[in-house]
Design a protein around this ligand. Sequence first.
Ligand code: NAP
Length: 250
Amino acid sequence: MITKVAIVTGAARGIGAATARRLAEDGMAVAVLDLDEAAGGGTVKEIADAGGRAIAVGADVSNAGQVADAVERVAAELGAPTVLVNNAGVIRDNLLFKMTEDDWDTVLGVHLRGAFLMSRAAQRYMVERRWGRIVTLSSSSALGNRGQANYSAAKAGMQGLTKTLAIELGPFGITANAVAPGFIVTDMTAATAARVGMSFEDFQAAAASQIPVRRVGQPADVANTISFLVSEGASFVSGQVIYVAGGPLS
Ligand code: NAP
């Protein structure tokens, strides 16, 4: 069987790193794409140490030229990328009246423009092969969240993008889905705890008390869901938003 090639953006750490490791365990060759190529080295080493194949690729997903070069490089070094996980992300939280245009543009640029540019660059390889999987990280914040006008707008936009990709690319054997995590333990939620002046431990405990399964999520919870969505068996699941949040959201 031909080894599938996956690109995971923002895979130097957090959810992206866990997803890259999981897809490598599933037998895929993985491009660990992050802003800084060197930062992806840790994930690449973990994959290689476990017997998998991975390369680190540096690119800013909001930069069209860098995205085009990165996707071409993956195709040349690993093979045609037919799995794409749009995971790279940043937060610039602030209440609306204090939110700067730069806060808005940066967050919309990385999440929404980034997912658009990466999907546009990668779909060519998927269409050629009549097979592909695109998974885009949305968030429970898409439903609205105080202090996150930029982030929730981007994450809601990514749901619309996903549904449209599912419609346009479905005839070519390509599915597109969004995974919308709730609280996941990463540097991103640690930064939010710091912003609101709580220890990360207390912040997690407070969040867990509001979640039906009474725990916060781990990166592996999201990686497991993505593993299913990019699998052969998920070929009839497309255009969906799956909340990975320990309880119902919609
Ligand atoms: P994280 O730990 O902050 O990791 C994000 C990664 O994305 C970092 O390695 C970062 O690189 C990279 N990145 C940022 N801007 C980039 C760009 N322009 N181009 C390429 N890479 C870039 O975040 P996470 O918590 O794992 O979140 C991963 C995704 O899940 C994000 O889309 C996030 O919005 C979403 N999500 C997270 C949670 C949660 O609770 N953690 C909940 C819902 C949704 P640098 O280190 O160089 O900045």
